[in-house]
Design a protein around this ligand. Sequence first.
Ligand code: ZN
Length: 406
Amino acid sequence: MENISPAEKYKFKRKIEELKDIKGQHTELISLYIPPKKQISDVMAQLRDEYSQSSNIKSKQTRKNVLSAIESIMSQLRYFKTPPPNGVVFFVGEGAKSGKQPKMMSQVIEPPMPISIYLYRCDSQFYLEPLEEMLEEKDSYGLLLIDRRECTIGFLFGKKIEMAAYLTSRVPGKHGRGGQSQRRFERLTEIAAHEWFVKAGKKASELFLEKDNLKGVLVGGPGPTKRMFLNQNYLDYRIADKILGIYDTGYTDEYGLKELVNNAANDLEELDIIKEKRIMNRFMEEVRSDSGLAVYGEEEVKRALEIGAVDMLILSDAIRKYKLKISCPSCGYSGETVSESDEDIKCPECKSPAVIEEKKDILEEYSDMAEQSSTKVEIISKDTEEGNILIKAFGGIAGILRYKID
Ligand code: ZN
């Protein structure tokens, strides 16, 4: 998930949430995961096989549903010569959100990261675990442990710690002989220490700079050496800028990496929250100072986006709204509407049930508009006080403008 935007990640998350809500009355919801390298012809062959086996299902209704789900997947697969770059997942079947009438559902998802499994499953709910795993944070951090004897360099990927390098120094211990040679010994020791820190700093900088998406660097070690090391700029300035925290650890070896991550855990969790708070505080400041640069509400933000005036679009992940294109079979009405649900939509003219022609999550709608004018999009969770204000007081849609508009 390293290379996708917050908006894309949000869209993907919402799709999974929606699918999770759907239950089949029987074993009739099909999930089909096709990894990038899979031959479509092999998949077709298996589907034909599943089709003939499913013809033996005893319940007539279930049999009919399963067969038509397989048919639907097969007819959609005909449009694929090969799977897309990250593979593709089909979710098809007769299912319902809780309390709603069951209907035929069909979702085709091209995930933001490559799928590694090939899987066909027919169950009373969709199988979503592989996609949910993709959503788990995969942020990477650099880890550096240093004292005068050892240096260990590693990475934290999501929750996984990996060691990248382990170096040891030839810096002699502090205690030399007494007298005249003591001073000489100390000088040599300091030269050796300087060389050691140069070497360690160079190695760490190299390894960290190779990683494109390093979110930050954590530094640890026992005693004051690590701070001295940082203060004297042994690290490349681009890496030094990424240091998130300095922590005491008892060890400077591989075990120390675990210690470092444990000690930093709370801070790492807070990072995202801090970023969100910072964005909201900036927005609130614009509101308070009456600078004319704050906008909020569906209409106002939309208007500002259309003329390309929005610098930063701020959306709450708590919004649950759709933009629907509807038509009415009774009176012929067709038009657009925004609704909190995508079920039981009534025609605004004659109040009879309308047909949904197109459905778009409102956040998707707004982030697509933002893309047109290279506006930054930030998605804010409702877990903080600030995030709560965004949804409660500003309807979950806000922005900071590039310039004042009327
Ligand atoms: Zn109507």
